[in-house]
Ligand binder design. Structure first.
Ligand code: 5AD
Length: 339
């Protein structure tokens, strides 16, 4: 742990609210200088909400029997993936609950091969912990990137909120992914009860230590059907801390892809993701899950899920990015970090 950096991050996070605009502008300038104005779009398909874990914050945890479990077929997934280049989306993110079985792992491998062959899209997986062998298998099938948040760098807190996993295991997965040759993404939630500003500074610092290619962070939002029902985000009275975290993250990780995550829009309807893009973030994730499954993938409440797919939305999104003074990649174009 670099204590010097930790103190610097802490000082940035505790910038008085009257100086936050200055912090945001500084982060925006770092983003522009290192990542440019082009926003890479990613299209997420939440292909199944079946999950064997019981993370105490997550709406699709195994114990939530109110969730209607679904599994999208390969054909349905491919149908969406084939349309993505038309929407200027060059990466498909396959996300799901965590359900480790031989049959499902093989199916995912086969799906990756088909997507690569039929569309040429970059494939990002976000399906949870697996063995080294399974990571290597999917990489051989053609997967390019993997997203797996560490959620919190506080060991005790990690274990309290994840009955099925330790922080050590999670971090080992990140090492194994790197070793298997993936571009690795991770990140954390902001403001889960039990966290402090020191934890938040450590979380940002841990991201730098891992030299991540992508870092996704978003506010914790309490879900009624979880053990954290009724709890508040610890920054409930100072929600701008979520943006201060994005800005600090950008300043300490100038070359990382930082998505404007959906949870920002859940907290600040219609503006959260735009503001994140103006305060350090550079990537936008469009939700490409077919509409009929959307409300069964509520990992937190108020997740915006209307009209985020199809030709009309895609065009509106591209125009909207122009309104923000940015552009959208028109091909498999590349930032300085080459993807
Ligand atoms: N609030 C905010 N983010 C959440 N996630 C899961 N549950 C919640 C919640 N209640 C985030 C986790 C996970 C990602 C897919 O969604 O960080 O890694």
């Amino acid at each position: 742990m670099n204590l010097h950096t930790r103190k610097e991050i802490f000082d940035i996070l505790t910038t008085p609210s009257s100086n936050r605009q200055e912090l945001y502008s500084r982060a925006d300038a770092v983003r522009k200088e290192n990542m440019g104005d082009e926003i890479p779009l990613r299209g997420i398909i939440e292909f199944t909400n079946i999950c064997s874990n019981d993370c105490i914050y997550c709406g699709i945890r195994a114990s939530n029997s109110k969730v209607a479990r679904y599994k999208i077929t390969d054909e349905e997934i491919l149908e969406v993936a084939r349309k993505m280049p038309k929407w200027q989306q060059w990466t498909v993110v396959l996300q799901s609950g965590e359900a480790d079985s031989k049959a499902e792992n093989l199916r995912i491998g086969n799906l990756i091969e088909r997507i690569k062959k039929e569309t040429g899209l970059a494939v990002t997986l976000s399906v949870g912990n697996r063995s080294k062998d399974v990571f290597a298998f999917w990489r051989n099938c053609g997967a390019d990137r993997y997203l797996m948040r560490f959620e919190t760098s506080d060991k005790e807190l990690f274990e309290k909120i994840h009955p099925d996993c330790t922080l050590k295991e999670r971090l080992e997965c990140l090492d194994n992914l790197r070793e298997a040759g993936y571009q690795v993404g991770s990140g954390f939630m902001i403001g889960i009860p039990g966290e402090t500003i020191e934890t938040l500074a450590d979380n940002i610092n841990l991201c730098s230590t891992y030299d991540l290619d992508m870092i996704g962070i978003g506010p914790f939002i309490p879900h009624e059907e979880t053990p954290l029902a009724g709890q508040k985000n610890i920054y409930d009275d100072d929600k701008d801390m979520f943006f201060a975290a994005v800005s600090a993250l950008r300043i300490f990780n100038p070359l990382a892809h930082i998505p404007a995550t959906t949870a920002f829009d859940a907290v600040f309807p219609n503006t959260g993701r735009d503001l994140a893009l103006q305060r350090g973030a550079n990537v936008f994730m469009a939700n490409n899950t077919p509409e009929k499954y959307r409300d069964a993938y509520l990992i937190y409440p108020n997740k915006p899920f209307v009209d985020e797919t199809g030709d009309e939305y895609a065009n509106a999104l591209i125009n909207h990015m122009k309104e923000l003074g940015r552009s959208v990649a028109t091909g498999y174009a590349h930032s300085k970090k080459c993807y």
